[in-house]
Design a protein around this ligand. Sequence first.
Ligand code: ACO
Length: 320
Amino acid sequence: MPARIIGTGSCLPGRTVSNQELEEWVDTTDEWIRERTGIEQRHLAVEETTTSMAVEAAKAAMENAGVSADEIDLIIVGTVSGDMCFPSTACQVQSQIGAENAVAFDINAACAGFLFGLSIAEAYMQADMARTALIIGGETLSKMMDWQDRSTCVLFGDGAGAAVVQKDETGILGLVQGSDGKRGSALTCRNRPVNNPLVKNDPMPDHTQMDGREVYRFAVKTVPQAIEEAMEKAGTEPGEIKYFLLHQANLRIIESVAKKIGQPMEKFPTNLQKCGNISAGSVPILLDHVSRSGMLKKGDKIVLAGFGAGLTWGAAVLVW
Ligand code: ACO
C-alpha cells in the first residue's frame, strides 16, 4: 500500500486538571477514577481551540517530516468538536498554515477519526489523487461535557495530534474500518435542534451521554477482532509488532485487548494517565509521544487502533 507516516506532531492545552481538582467540581474521587479508568489528569482548553491545537500539531508534524506547507495536497481533520459548523476545521488549518495546494475537509468518525483519515489518505494515494497529506485528530471535548455528570466528565480531555502521510513504496501494510450505526445510542451528543419560525426549540446544544458498560462491551470484543483482521491483511503475526497504539479511553479496555491478542502490556504504551480520552486526538497524540521519545526505529512494525461513537472502529498495521 503506497502511504507512509513520515512525521508526527501534537498539541495539548497548557492547563492540566488532576483528579483531586475534579473532586472539587463534581461528586467523584481520585480513587474511583484511577481504579475504573487509569486516568490521573487531563488537559483542558482555556485559551486553546480545536483549530489552534490542530494548527500547532500540524506545524510540528510538518517540521518533523521536513515537509513545507505548499507540498501538502490533502488535509483531513477527524473531529467531533470543531469550533465552527463551517468552515471546516481542515479549511481553517489550511488557511493558517498556508497549504494553498491542498483540498481540505473534516470527517466525523469520533474516536476512530484518525484511523478513518488514514484510510482515506491511503485511498487518495492509491488513486493518484494525493502525494502528501496531513491527517489530524483534534478535539475540545470539554465544551461538550455536562460538568455535573460524573459518569462522563471525568473521562475526557482536550488536544490534537497530526501526522504527515506521504506516498511511498511501503508504510501501511493492512487497514480495516467498520461501523455499526444500530448501536449508536450507546454514545451520543445531539447537535442543535430544529429552531425556525415553524418550530421553537431550546437552541442550546446537548451534552455527551454514554452507556459506559455497552461501550466497554463493544470495545473489548471489536478491537481485538479488528486488530487481528488488520494483521492478517498485512501478513503479520502479533509477535512481529513492536507496539500496539490504541485509542486511550480506558486502561482496563487496553489490558483486555492485550490479553485477547496474547501480547504483554509493555507493548501497549499509554498516555491516558496524563491526557484522558481525547477522542480523535488520542491515537495521533500517543503516536507522536512514542515517536518523539525515541521508542521507534525505521522498520519497526506498529498497530494503530481507534474505536468510538457511531459506533466506529479502525485498525492499521504500519511499518515505521
Ligand atoms: N466517580 C464516582 N462514582 C462514579 C463515577 C465517578 N466519576 N461515575 C460513576 N460512578 C458510580 C455510578 O453512579 C455507580 O454507582 P451506583 O453503583 O451507586 O449506582 C457506580 O459508580 C458504577 O457505575 P458504572 O457506570 O456501572 O461503572 P463501571 O464500572 O461500568 O465504570 C466506566 C464506568 C469507567 C465508564 C466503564 O463503564 C467503562 O470503562 N466504559 C467504557 C467506556 C469508555 O471508556 N468510554 C469512553 C468514551 S467512548 C470511547 O472513547 C470509545
